[in-house]
Design a binder for this molecule. Structure first.
Ligand SMILES: Cc1ncc(COP(=O)(O)O)c(C=O)c1O
Length: 380
C-alpha cells in the first residue's frame, strides 16, 4: 500500500486539554474515580445556560429554517452583535464558536513564516493553528501578577504581523488592568500592529473590567471576538463571532467573507437563540457568585502547598507553578495526578514554560475541588 505522507502534517494538530483525558479514561476504565479539572466546559459542572437559549432554539425549529443560513451570519444576530460591538453590521462575522474566528484570523492575516505574537501561556489553539498555517509564533511574557510584561513586548513587537490578547486570560485567569492595556495599545499603535482580542470570558470577571473596545477605539485597529461558549455557558451551541474595529480591514474582511462562504453557514437555530440571548446578561449575577465561591475554595485548598500563581480574577482557571522542585516534567506530574484520581493539564500545553506548571479549572463544586487538591498535595 502507498504511504499516506500528507497525514504527517496532522502531527502538528494537538489539543493537550483533551489529549490528557485519554490517559485518564484508561485509569477510569480500570475502576479509578477521577476528578476532571482539565476542561473548561461549564455544562459538565452543573452550570446551566440562560433558559431563553433552549426556548428560542425550540421556537426556531418551528420557523422551518431548513436551508443554509447566510454565510456571514443570521441578519438578526448580526444586528445584535453590531449593537454590542458599537460597529456597523458589515464588520461582523458569525463563526462556529470563536474557534473558527481564530482560525480565519490567522489564515487571513498572517502569512507563512510571518510572526504572530501570542501570550505565554496561551490558549493552545493559537499555537496549533499557527503551526498548521506555518506561521511563526512568538510569545510575550507576563509578570507574577499575570499582567502583560510590556518591556518584553517592546522587544518582540516590531516585526509582528498581529498580536493576540486574551482577557481574562486562559489559562492564567488574570485580568489586565486598564494601565496595562493602555500601555499595550500604545505600543501596538506605535508599531502599527493590529490586535486580535479574545473576549471569550469577557463578562466572567470578579473585580471590575474595562471594555477593551473603548480603550482601543481610534488608537489601533483590532478584531474583537467572543462566543456563546463561556459567558452564556453553552459551548455546544457552537456560535461565536468576530467584529472588526478601526481602519484598514478591507482585504481581511474580504478573506473572512470567502472563508465563511466556503463553509456555507453556522447552525441557524442556534444563531436565532443567540440573537435572543446576548442582550440579556441577568444570569451572570448567580454564575459569578458561584464561580467566586469555587475560586476561593481552590485558593484555600492550595494554601500552604508549594505552588505559585497569579490570583485568578476572571474566567475559571488557575495556572499553578510547582515550586517543590520534585518534578522534572509537567507531563510526569500530570500522569502522577491521574494515578491519584485528578486530571489537570500540563503547563507546557499552553506554550513552553520556565518550570513545571499545571492548569486547573475551578468550575467543579467546592467539595470536589478540595478533594482534588488533597490528592494533588500528596504528590507535590
Ligand atoms: C481563550 C479561548 N478562546 C477561544 C476558545 C474557543 O471557544 P469556542 O470555540 O467554544 O467559542 C476557548 C475555549 O475554551 C478559549 O478558552
Amino acid at each position: 500500500m502507498k504511504e499516506f505522507l500528507p497525514a504527517e502534517r496532522m502531527k502538528v494538530v494537538s489539543y493537550p486539554i483533551r489529549d490528557i483525558v485519554m490517559e485518564a479514561r484508561k485509569e477510569e476504565k480500570a475502576g479509578k474515580k477521577m476528578i476532571y479539572l482539565n476542561i473548561g466546559d461549564p455544562a459538565q459542572y452543573g452550570f446551566e445556560p440562560p433558559s431563553i437559549i433552549k426556548e428560542e432554539v425550540k421556537k426556531a425549529l418551528d420557523m422551518d429554517l431548513k436551508g443554509y443560513a447566510p454565510s456571514q451570519g443570521d441578519d438578526e444576530l448580526i444586528e445584535k452583535i453590531a449593537k454590542i460591538e458599537g460597529c456597523s453590521e458589515e464588520n461582523v462575522f458569525v463563526t462556529v464558536g470563536l474557534t473558527e474566528g481564530i482560525e480565519y484570523f490567522i489564515q487571513a492575516l498572517v502569512g507563512k513564516g510571518e510572526k504572530l505574537l501570542l501570550p505565554n501561556p496561551t490558549y493552545p489553539l493559537y499555537i496549533t493553528k499557527a503551526d498548521v498555517f506555518e506561521v511563526k509564533s512568538e510569545f510575550y511574557k507576563h509578570d507574577a501578577d499575570g499582567q502583560i510584561d510590556v518591556e518584553d513586548l517592546r522587544t518582540k513587537i516590531a516585526d509582528a504581523k498581529a498580536m493576540v490578547i486574551i482577557n481574562p486570560n486562559n489559562p492564567l485567569g488574570s485580568l489586565y488592568s486598564d494601565n496595562n492595556l493602555n500601555e499595550v495599545i500604545a505600543i501596538c499603535a506605535e508599531y502599527n500592529v493590529p490586535i486580535f482580542y479574545d473576549g471569550s470570558y469577557d463578562k466572567l470577571v470578579f473585580d471590575g473590567y474595562s471594555d477593551f473596545r473603548k480603550l482601543a477605539k481610534g488608537k489601533v485597529p483590532f478584531i474583537y471576538g467572543s462566543s456563546l461558549s463561556k459567558v452564556y455557558l453553552y459551548p455546544g451551541a457552537r456560535v461565536g463571532w468576530v467584529a472588526f474595529h478601526g481602519d484598514g480591514w478591507e482585504k481581511i474582511k474580504d478573506a473572512y467573507f470567502r472563508l465563511c462562504n466556503q463553509r456555507l453557514s453556522v447552525n441557524w437555530e442556534f444563531q436565532k437563540a443567540a440573537a435572543a440571548a446576548i442582550l440579556d446578561d441577568s444570569h451572570l449575577v448567580q454564575v459569578k457568585k458561584d464561580l467566586l465561591e469555587r475560586r476561593d475554595a481552590m485558593i484555600q485548598a492550595a494554601e500552604g502547598l508549594p505552588l505559585e500563581y497569579p490570583m485568578p480574577k476572571g474566567a475559571f482557571y488557575a495556572f499553578m507553578k510547582i515550586t517543590s522542585g520534585k518534578w522534572s516534567s509537567d507531563w510526569d506530574f500530570a500522569r502522577a495526578a491521574i494515578k491519584k484520581g485528578v486530571v489537570v493539564v500540563p503547563g507546557s500545553g499552553f506554550g513552553k514554560q520556565d518550570g513545571n506548571y499545571f492548569r486547573a479549572t475551578f468550575l467543579p463544586p467546592a467539595e470536589l475541588i478540595k478533594e482534588a487538591f488533597e490528592k494533588i498535595a500528596e504528590i507535590l
